[in-house]
Design a protein around this ligand. Structure first.
Ligand code: V47
Length: 459
């Protein structure tokens, strides 16, 4: 008598969720799913179907490519006027451990980044209450001078608004004017794009409980919209898994995809008319956006083209004639950041589990149908989980990093603390083992052709 089949099928069958069938049809057709459908993706026990759907879309957009870069993170100061409850990074000026890097230190970091073959410097810091405005453009100019090949991805939206305030150009009744002024000055000094930090969760309740004092979602979006108008690409984050609810995360994603609709419409993409009653009318940040729904997930839809050398961002410099067509920027990547409890005021909260993190990557891939990339930032996800997430919707795992102060690994004798470096070999191995082809990219997702420290982008 043949042996009985192992009892796997009933477990899978009992998890099958018919609520996913219409969602699958929409996703495969490249149609936009609703917030309620997003809730089903978050709620269902049929997690493997959610992963499979996200993987299908991820492969439609990027095939077997999985991206990494050679980068350095630079945190120029941890002194911060804010005291966000989820943050372990900030210090008050006289507290032990407070630091502010001088320009010599920063130049040295840039030189050593170039020696290691880095293509990008990711620069963020606290809202320093005493540093003068001139420090910031000088910092970028110093790096550009020491290492002209490095792309400078610098300053979260929160810092940009802080800089407008200390430069005394921020006016409450016309905040975009001050934001534009700061961005133009920084572009002149070498700014190449904006990172996605500081978004946290776009919700007033969560804002008031966990990061009161920080800019709200409307101001965060203003900064990114101004950056796009001036020709800078940017990223977006969501910091989840603390006091937020899943519905709030979905609303955050909805707000981001509507902002991206606007950016893609300006790039000439055509979309479908936004339905008038799709349950999002009550979200203030969304109600004002009159762009059509634009998805990039239909078969054969081209991804937006990164800017070329002949399309510089719109700076103040007289050397760039105003008649040059400049690139219109867009969001490149969503980076879901799982709350990391170590050492912060709300460290008693446990932080999300591995499956919740993988599910959030998949939900982000499926909801953010007009974001080209989804990044599983290995520093916060861990490299083994980021590797797995390449199969649940992510196509990027960030880079070699080296020093990372915002979240620290403090526990245990072997803890690397703020030195969190991985090698290209390890990143490539993780990607290959997950069944993908490693592709080195620059900050704007152009493929890098490398010969040791020397590199250029394709095309
Ligand atoms: O803005 C702070 C978050 C962000 C914690 O654009 C925390 O490519 C988890 O934005 N647990 C900074 N998160 C990091 C960031 C980022 C990282 C990688 C790539 C890119 C990109 C952007 O880290 C902050 C804040 O939202 N954060 N504390 C914490 N305890």
């Amino acid at each position: 008598m043949p042996l009985a089949e192992p009892a796997l099928a009933p477990r899978i069958a009992s998890n099958r969720d018919p609520r996913l069938d219409p969602i699958r049809e929409k996703v495969l057709a490249g149609e936009r799913i609703t917030l309620d459908e997003g809730e089903v993706l978050y709620d269902t026990r049929d997690l493997w179907t959610v992963f499979e759907l996200a993987d299908t879309i991820r492969r439609r957009l990027h095939g077997t490519a999985a991206y990494y870069n050679i980068n350095r993170h630079l945190n120029y100061s941890n002194v911060c006027a804010l005291s966000c409850k989820f943050c372990e990074f900030y210090r008050k000026r006289d507290e032990p451990g407070a630091y502010t890097r001088d320009l010599d230190y920063i130049r040295e970091e840039a030189r050593s980044a170039v020696e290691a073959g880095a293509t990008e410097m990711h620069i963020v810091g606290g809202l320093h209450p005493y540093l003068e405005w001139s420090y910031y453009p000088k910092m970028l100019a110093a790096i550009r001078e020491a290492s002209p090949s490095l792309h400078l991805k610098a300053f979260t939206a929160v810092e940009i608004v802080h800089l407008a305030k200390i430069a005394k150009v921020f006016k409450r009744d016309d905040r975009k004017a001050g934001i534009r002024w700061v961005l133009r000055e920084l572009i002149d000094a070498g700014l190449g794009s904006l990172p996605g930090g500081g978004a946290e969760v776009f919700d007033d309740r969560v804002h008031d409980e966990a990061f009161k004092g920080k800019i709200r979602s409307d101001v965060w979006l203003d900064v990114h919209t101004c950056a796009h108008e001036l020709g800078l690409n940017s990223n977006a984050t969501i910091l989840y898994g603390h006091i937020d609810h899943r519905r709030e995360r979905l609303i955050h994603m909805e707000i981001l995809r509507r902002a991206q609709d606007k950016a893609l419409a300006a790039l000439g993409y055509e979309g479908t008319e936004a339905p008038r009653h799709d349950g999002t009318e009550e979200i203030p940040a969304v109600a004002d956006i009159d762009a059509p729904h634009i998805t990039l997930t239909r078969p054969d839809t081209p991804l937006p083209r990164p800017p070329s050398a002949s399309e510089p961002p719109s700076c103040r410099s007289a050397s760039v004639p105003p008649c040059l067509p400049h690139h219109h920027g867009y969001f490149q990547t969503i980076i879901p950041l799982p709350f990391f409890p170590d050492g912060c005021e709300i460290e008693h909260l446990p932080g999300p589990t591995g499956l919740e993190n993988a599910r959030t990557i998949a939900v982000a891939r499926l909801m953010l149908d007009n974001f080209p990339h989804v990044k599983a930032f290995w520093i916060m996800q861990t490299l083994p989980m980021a590797q797995l997430m390449l199969q649940t919707g992510a196509d990027d795992i960030d880079g070699t990093v080296v020093w990372y102060d915002i979240t620290k690994l403090r526990h245990g004798a072997d803890s690397p603390g703020t030195h969190q470096e991985t090698t290209v070999t390890d990143l490539q191995r993780a990607i290959r083992e997950a069944g993908f082809d490693p592709v080195e990219r620059d900050t704007l997702y152009r493929r890098v052709i490398r010969n040791g420290q020397e590199w250029r982008t394709e095309g």
